[in-house]
Design a protein around this ligand. Structure first.
Ligand SMILES: C[S@@+](CC[C@H](N)C(=O)[O-])C[C@H]1O[C@@H](n2cnc3c(N)ncnc32)[C@H](O)[C@@H]1O
Length: 246
């Protein structure tokens, strides 16, 4: 099912163009909350299977903030990060090197809809602020589930709309009025930070997205609203495990 909006090639160009300023804008526009949201997502990782090092796939990894958080929280883990915007991967490589994590994380340029790994290779696949941009979200989730072992997890972190009306009103005013203005000035990109609010406002509710995860074959799908529902963390389990994530 395709979403209305930009074509994949436009999304790739947009993220390629803003890559050098992406982290700075994340910190500023989220008032520093984005790191805490990623920490919560990484806390949802399962245990590794049979005492092996934990293997985690970070889809649409961007500048590797999720991959870095996995390596900080789970020493000894092995991470693969994929993204189709190569300038984002250059930033990722630089940050992994600077953090001394170069040997623990492989990076690859790939589309989330055609990931270059064999079935069931990972204990978990995560996507943070990426699934909203994928042309066919159900197919993207199915592809992530394919790569995760039975009983492993698919974890999705994404913007959502607060349920409490006054907060939703404030959030939407900030998102549609201030954020595009600040984003345009700091990134130098004319439309990237207009696309962000419009894609978030067109995104399904947490309940609707959970349904999509179930349709992608995940079971035990649950979600948790973070920061009053500005962001939602979804977790689903790949069929066939013993239900404990191990
Ligand atoms: C908002 S950024 C999120 C980056 C990172 N996960 C984070 O938490 O900061 C979205 C990323 O998704 C990537 N992306 C969007 N659609 C994609 C696709 N179909 N395949 C691979 N990467 C994609 C973009 O290139 C961009 O780096």
């Amino acid at each position: 099912m395709d979403q209305p909006g930009l074509e994949a090639i436009d999304i790739r160009r947009m993220f390629s163009a803003i890559a050098p300023r992406y982290d700075l804008l994340n910190r500023l526009l989220s008032v520093g909350r984005d790191a805490a949201w990623r920490r919560e997502a990484v806390r949802a990782l399962p245990a590794s299977a049979q005492g092996r090092p934990l293997a985690v796939l970070d889809v649409a990894c961007g500048t590797a903030d999720v991959a870095l958080e996995v390596l900080r929280q789970r020493p000894g883990a092995w991470v693969a990060g994929v993204d189709f915007a190569l300038p984002m991967l250059h930033e990722a490589r630089r940050k992994l090197r600077a953090g001394g994590f170069n040997g623990s994380c492989a990076l690859a340029g790939a589309d989330a809809l055609r990931l270059p790994f064999r079935d069931h290779l990972f204990d978990a696949a995560l996507i943070a602020f990426g699934i909203r941009n994928v042309a066919d979200r159900r197919a993207g989730l199915t592809e992530m589930a394919r790569l995760v072992r039975p009983g492993g997890r698919v974890i999705v972190l994404e913007f959502s709309r607060p349920a409490w009306r006054p907060l939703r009103w404030l959030y939407e005013a900030y998102f549609t009025q201030m954020l595009p203005w600040i984003g345009r000035r700091l990134s130098g990109h004319p439309t990237a930070y207009h696309y962000l609010p419009s894609s978030v406002l067109a995104y399904p509710s947490p309940e609707g997205f959970s349904q999509l995860m179930a349709e992608a074959g995940l079971e035990g799908v649950g979600f948790r609203r973070l920061t009053g529902g500005i962001v939602t963390l979804h977790v689903g389990t790949v069929r066939g495990g013993n239900g404990t994530g191990e």
